[in-house]
Design a protein around this ligand. Structure first.
Ligand code: PNS
Length: 169
């Protein structure tokens, strides 16, 4: 088997799941770096019916598509299933998650351990968030934007515009 055949048959598909309400520069940093490590990266937006997101599933996906348009191996999708079922549906075996601080660890460990129990064939890969964005979260961005404070350093221009429209008074 040639090297090319080996790499082809071992194509690595990773899924970066999240709420992305909305996508921030922290998420985008993880997307850029993860896209370099895998053949295909699927950014999977959770349509969580229990949460009350600011942006609809379609709006969140559209913003993600706009800000990742320059990354040919990145695609954006939505899901409402158990993540581990969605992984199987996509034939993907790596979950990518960003870790910002120790405070993220407990929740992430719980999720990774449960996902591992549900399907040991799926690995969770953690990436340390760029320290420049370690304080950043979608919730904080929404809080700031709600009070019309500047968010240009926190989110891409498309997201900044969408936030301005949402919080227009
Ligand atoms: O951006 P978030 O809100 O921190 O992402 C959390 C997400 C979407 C990764 C997590 O809630 C999830 O995977 N939800 C899908 C339902 C599921 O599989 N739950 C069990 C996880 S152990």
């Amino acid at each position: 088997m040639s090297y090319q055949q080996i790499t082809h048959s071992a194509a690595k598909i990773a899924v970066y799941p999240g709420s992305f309400d909305p996508v921030t520069y922290g998420h985008l940093d993880i997307i850029h770096r993860a896209a370099k490590q895998f053949d295909r990266l699927i950014v999977a937006v959770l349509n969580n019916l229990n949460k009350n997101p600011l942006f609809s599933l379609n709006e969140r996906m559209e913003l993600l598509r706009e800000v990742t348009a320059d990354l040919p191996n990145v695609e954006v999708d939505g899901f409402r299933d158990l993540l581990i079922n969605y992984m199987q549906q996509k034939q993907a075996n790596v979950i990518v998650r960003g870790l910002r601080a120790v405070s993220d660890f407990e929740y992430e460990l719980q999720m990774a351990s449960m996902n591992h129990k549900l399907n040991p064939g799926v690995e969770t890969f953690f990436m340390m968030t760029n320290p420049a964005y370690s304080y950043l979260s979608s919730s904080i961005v929404k809080e700031i934007a709600k009070f019309h404070a500047p968010v240009a350093e926190l989110v891409p221009p498309q997201v900044e515009k969408a936030l301005r429209t949402k919080f227009r008074s």
